[in-house]
Design a protein around this ligand. Structure first.
Ligand code: ATP
Ligand code: MG
Ligand code: MG
Ligand code: MG
Length: 463
């Protein structure tokens, strides 16, 4: 008999029909006359209830079907008498694919996320992580759909690169390993550069993305990004996914419109396509989740200059608000604590912050006429802080070269990038959004390690 996915079985109204479902046991309880098995196959957060007549099979075999076991059930689809479910299956035959011994680490409900992180390979089978990763999938689809529908080309930038886009030096170096030499001849280096060149894993696809935008008009990248920053925060990973649109002829105001429209589209997509999973997370993780998502798509984001932002923070200090990281005045970089104060307490809405001091931002960002601020457009979000870093790019060859020199960077290693300004330079702008920060916001989860299947951080990269 052909298998029916549980998501489809739960919608089916052909009562009396025999069907076959397969999945993992979420719970098994028994009353005197019947056993109830809650079965889940990953297709939905919802389980289907299997009702088993204990006299229909061997008692020890039935008892061995514990939480986590994998089974196949053939039975009759009937209308359910129980609350909270419309259909159930009256079992006729159960085949056991894999039993699950009692040391199964996910057996107990309500384990802490910290505990579950040790079992990243098994936590996937829990309700919460099932919901999170179905939503993650849906958000990836939303990203592609948005950009495709708006005339952007999906542009692949290299993972191995010689550029340090941010000029921050927080990179993982790439080397080749000559395993045949190990321990035999220590005059030959065991580690070698990438075919004689110093290279690293990309920290951002932006510079290469700009090459695409200045040829194809509008592109976006969506790929893994690596940063060797030793930040053990709930918002940083050493390996994360970044979405980076880059658009020719786009000005600062239009860039802000794009950022706002794009995020709202993604959040609305989740509300439209991930209803059951969001309701589950709203119940289990954050009771204000749905309300927060709905208000973000409705409200206009506040647009505010960095200078105004600093002023608000300084006023807050005067009023007695205490920040863990002190407000040292104009020129300081904001921490997520400051960003969240502006968003959560002051405006109670997302904020797009513009015109930061050039000195705290990357070399490629276009300066304003005042010579000390730049045309940045970072988006700050509740619970997250910075979710997008964006800016208009400097299109003048001479200004860009001067900035590279002023920052003590190697001009020669950017010759390919400078060529976009040398030959037919165009005004353009773009942004980078950390995919996991978007997932954090949409799922209501608290820690970025819990929204990527296999987190890589200074403390977690077990396999
Ligand atoms: P932060 O101030 O939070 O460290 P950033 O300013 O260093 O972020 P950018 O270089 O502007 O980050 O990168 C663009 C976006 O990528 C950020 O707005 C954020 O959403 C995401 N991002 C940056 N670093 C990380 C990281 N280590 N892990 C996950 N996402 C990140
Ligand atoms: Mg950073
Ligand atoms: Mg930042
Ligand atoms: Mg940034």
């Amino acid at each position: 008999m052909k298998r029916t996915k549980i998501i489809d079985a739960l919608q089916c109204t052909e009562y009396g029909k025999d069907i076959n479902v397969k999945g993992w046991v979420r719970s098994h309880r028994n009353s005197k006359a019947v056993d109830f098995i809650a079965l889940n196959d990953g297709s939905t957060i919802n389980n289907i209830q299997i009702v088993v007549d204990p006299t229909s099979m061997d008692a020890d075999t039935l008892k061995s079907i514990t939480t986590g076991a994998c089974i196949s059930v053939v039975g009759t689809l009937v209308q359910s008498q129980g609350a909270g479910q419309t259909v159930e299956i009256q079992s006729k035959e159960i085949e056991i694919y894999g039993l699950c011994p009692s040391d199964y680490p996910m057996q107990k409900k309500g384990q802490s996320f910290e505990y579950m992180r040790k079992y990243a390979h098994l936590r996937l089978r829990t309700n919460t992580f099932g919901a999170v990763f179905r939503i993650r999938h849906n958000m990836a689809i939303a990203v592609h759909k948005y950009f495709h529908d708006h005339g952007f080309y999906y542009f692949h930038t290299p993972i191995i690169t010689a550029s340090d886009a941010e000029g921050a030096g927080e990179m993982f170096q790439v080397t080749t390993l000559d395993l045949s030499r190990t321990g035999k001849d220590d005059t030959v280096p065991y580690e070698k550069d990438f075919f004689g060149k110093k290279t690293n894993l990309t920290v951002s696809g932006q510079l290469e993305g700009e090459l695409g935008a200045t040829a194809l008009g509008a592109i976006y990248t969506f790929g893994p990004t690596f940063r060797a920053e030793n930040s053990n925060t709930p918002r940083h990973l050493a390996e994360f996914w970044m979405i980076e649109p880059e658009v020719a002829f786009l000005e600062q105001d239009e860039l802000m419109d794009l950022e706002e429209d794009f995020i709202k589209y993604c959040v609305q997509w989740a509300l439209d396509n991930c209803k059951d999973d969001l309701e589950f997370l709203n119940k289990m993780i954050d009771k204000t989740l749905l309300e927060t998502l709905e208000s973000v798509v409705k409200e206009r984001f506040v647009r505010l200059t960095y200078t105004e932002g600093i002023h608000i923070l300084e006023e807050a200090v005067k009023q007695g608000h205490q920040f863990e990281f002190p407000i040292t005045g104009w020129g300081m970089d904001l921490s997520s604590e400051h960003e969240r104060y502006l968003v959560e307490e002051y405006f109670k809405r997302p904020v797009i912050m513009t015109d930061y001091p050039s000195e705290i931002k990357a070399f490629y960002m276009k300066k304003n006429a005042d010579g000390r601020t730049m045309q940045g457009t970072d988006v700050l979000f509740p619970r997250i802080g910075e979710i997008i870093g964006g800016s208009v790019r400097e299109e003048s060859y001479d200004k860009l070269v001067a900035e590279i020199k002023a920052r003590g960077m190697e001009k020669d290693s950017y010759s390919w990038y400078l060529d976009t300004r040398k030959y037919g330079s165009c005004p353009h702008a773009g942004f980078g959004l950390g995919f996991e920060r978007l997932i954090l916001f949409v799922t209501g989860m608290q820690n970025i390690r819990d929204v990527i299947p296999f987190p890589r951080t200074p403390k977690t990269a077990e396999f």
